[in-house]
Design a protein around this ligand. Structure first.
Ligand code: RB5
Length: 143
């Protein structure tokens, strides 16, 4: 599974930890920055990850900023992106199973690293259920 990951400065350390976690496999992770704690603008990273996922270059994306709010708002501006801000594992599972979400957003200043890791794993291991949910996701896409 190919994953694109990105963060702003607020999510930089969390991104590094998540990349470490996912390097245990079975994931191929591409780091789209940022590469330091120097201040940067989250819409730039969110747009880059969102476009790459929407273009089909990656199966799923992960975006992290301080709250996760900025990256989720920005990523959802990219047609084809269904970014979900998750702070618990139930929402992470539902985001995949019911919403066919393709970009997970996380708040590094909101969540501890242990919970963030569980949310990431739950999201990546969950699958879209299709059926009635496919009709609803289709409606989202045609809005
Ligand atoms: C950066 O200070 C902060 O605003 C950003 O990481 C994020 O929380 C925005 O939504």
């Amino acid at each position: 599974m190919k994953i694109a990951i990105g963060s702003d400065h607020g999510g930089f350390y969390a991104k590094e930890e998540i990349i470490k976690l996912l390097s245990e496999g079975p994931y191929e992770v591409t780091d789209m920055g940022t590469h330091s704690t120097e201040s940067c603008d989250y819409p730039d990273i969110a747009h880059q990850v969102g476009r790459a996922v929407a273009a089909g270059e990656y199966d799923l994306g992960i975006l992290i900023c301080g709250t996760g709010i900025g990256v989720s708002i920005a990523a959802n501006k990219v047609p084809g992106v269904r970014a979900a801000l998750c702070s618990d594992t139930y929402s992470a599972r539902m985001a995949r199973e019911h919403n066919d979400s393709n970009v997970l957003c996380l708040g590094a200043r909101v969540l501890g690293m242990g919970l963030m890791g569980d949310i990431v794993k739950t999201y990546l291991e969950s699958e879209f259920e299709g059926g009635r949910h496919a009709r609803r996701v289709g409606k989202i896409e045609s809005l």
